[in-house]
Ligand binder design. Structure first.
Ligand SMILES: Nc1nc2c(ncn2[C@@H]2O[C@H](COP(=O)(O)OP(=O)(O)OP(=O)(O)O)[C@@H](O)[C@H]2O)c(=O)[nH]1
Length: 481
């Protein structure tokens, strides 16, 4: 397919969908106005920011056309005396006033996301700084454009700019992340913007999410009914308790569920304000939505941070070459096992073993052959151990096996089995592998270090005695059993 045709089939459906979606969102927002031009939020601002974030300049044309279209509709609705040409001019000016700041918002967030790939909270901070600034810029420019095209008397600007700005800001913070998820799913965007991994629709219908939404909805209903019943400004502030269920959702739910929960809460508040006659307190509710949305935005980072923590713990706990426990995990688990077996009054033995002349394998056959030998020895040892035993790589070619419930002679038997298996392993040079073993059984006041040192001394004696053998540590007086 020629490049132009490929480009058109790729982008035109997306642009058409955005045009239709933008007008639909604008119409729906109009239905939720509690008075002429007065609304808790302005959802199109959220859609524009999300579109510029994901589509960049490709969103300019559909949003311009949508704004020109709604300018015509507004002029018809309010019977404005403008000619078609004047309305096109007004529509284009309005579009420029809206697009310029929101395109810049998308550009800055996108830039920060790419630049600070591993500092997700910094990206969220950018969103929280740039969004109020750019919604304010959009408000100022739109006021000027409306005044310049005779759609708003200059005297009305003083009363209009604040609710206009807070409406845009509330819409952007409360609905932006949800629109972002929807657009990124529809356009299959590979850009991970406000979360890691992606902010995409997933598991929305799980019962625990529904339960948490129910709590949020109950909280809104209780707070707003209370405000309506007592009709005093103090009761209105009860809505700020909404932060609690939403922080819970942010911590426990996937990013798209988190974003959707804020959208649902803000929608319910927008519907209830006129329904319960709370219009004079609209600004308080707008700020409550902003606070909940800002908290939830920070909450988007929490699953990411938890996942990073889990990954780091996994990296620290596992030896990447052999897959057995790392030294850190081995020591931690061995200490826990020692305490447990002391309480249970059962024996515990430690086996320390080390591949013989390993340095030669590295020197003669190369480091990767040495790595292979380490992996083979690990598998041989694992095949001789029980599921309750713990095998770890202590460092270099030295391994430690902790055998709870095994006394010294049982541990010796297991070590012999491993030793025998290792001797069946061959290097690519045709030589057989072998390993030396030191075995020690724990005593009452043993720590991991004292137990390890006894087993390591026995290993040293096995090396001295000619390698490829198992040596027992001398049995101290107070053996557990
Ligand atoms: N291939 C490979 N080599 C390693 C790794 N870690 C440590 N080594 C090498 O393992 C060797 C350890 O040798 P030693 O245990 O000191 O000596 P040895 O040759 O095994 O001799 P004996 O233990 O006395 O039989 C050194 O050459 C290290 O460079 C690793 O992850 N991969």
């Amino acid at each position: 397919m020629p490049r132009l045709a490929r480009y058109l089939t790729g982008i035109v459906p997306t642009q058409l969908s955005l045009l239709v979606l933008w007008i639909a969102v604008w119409e729906l927002a109009g239905l939720m106005e509690y008075a002429n031009h007065a609304s808790v939020w302005y959802p199109p601002s959220a859609l524009s920011i999300a579109a510029f974030l994901l589509l960049g300049q490709r969103a300019i044309l559909p949003i311009t056309l949508a704004i020109v279209a709604v300018t015509f509709q507004t002029a018809t609705q309010y019977a404005l005396p403008h000619t078609t040409l004047q309305l096109i001019e007004a529509g284009l000016l309005n579009a420029a006033a809206h697009i310029l700041p929101y395109w810049l918002t998308g550009f800055v967030i996108r830039y920060q996301r790419i630049r600070y790939e591993h500092h997700f909270t910094l990206v969220i901070l950018t969103v929280l700084v740039i969004t109020p600034l750019m919604t304010l810029a959009a408000t100022g420019l739109t006021m000027l454009s409306l005044w310049f095209t005779d759609m708003l008397p200059f005297s009305d600007i003083a009363d209009t700019w604040l609710p206009f700005w807070i409406g845009d800001l509330t819409g952007a913070l409360a609905l932006g992340p949800m629109f972002l998820g929807v657009i990124s799913a529809v356009t299959s965007s590979s850009l991970h913007l406000l979360d890691d991994p992606v902010l995409r629709p997933q598991q929305l219908m799980s019962w625990h999410f529904s339960f948490r939404i129910l709590i949020s909805v109950s909280c809104i209903l209780a707070a707003m009914l209370l405000a309506s019943f007592f009709n005093n400004s103090h009761a209105v502030f009860a809505i700020f308790f909404l932060v609690i269920p939403h922080m819970w959702i942010a911590i426990t739910e996937p990013p798209f569920s988190n974003a959707t929960s804020v959208a649902i809460a803000s929608l319910l508040i927008a519907i209830l304000i006129p329904a319960l006659g709370l219009m004079e307190h609209a600004l308080v509710y707008q700020f409550a939505i902003c606070v909940v949305a800002a908290n939830s935005l920070f909450g988007l980072a929490i699953p990411t941070l938890l996942q990073h923590n889990r990954d780091l713990r996994q990296i620290v706990a596992t030896d990447s070459l052999t897959g057995v426990a790392s030294r850190e995990r081995l020591v931690r688990k061995a200490m826990a096992q020692l305490n447990r077996t002391k309480v249970q009054g059962i024996p515990l033995s430690a086996v320390v073993f080390d591949i013989d002349h390993f340095k030669q394998i590295n020197d003669q056959l190369g480091h990767s052959e040495g790595d292979k030998a380490l992996q083979q020895v690990t598998i041989a040892a694992q095949l001789c151990l029980r599921p309750c035993d713990l095998l770890g790589r202590f460092g270099g070619d030295e391994f430690v096996a902790i055998l709870p419930g095994a006394n010294q002679s049982q541990a010796e038997e297991i070590s012999e089995r491993i030793r025998s298996r290792v001797t069946q392993l061959m290097t690519s040079g045709g030589g057989h592998l072998s390993a030396s073993f030191g075995v020690a059984q724990s005593v009452t006041d043993d720590t991991f270090n004292s137990l390890f040192e006894r087993a390591d001394s026995a290993l040293y004696r096995a090396k001295q005695a000619g390698r490829n053998q198992v040596m027992l540590a001398p049995v101290p007086e107070q053996i557990i059993s």
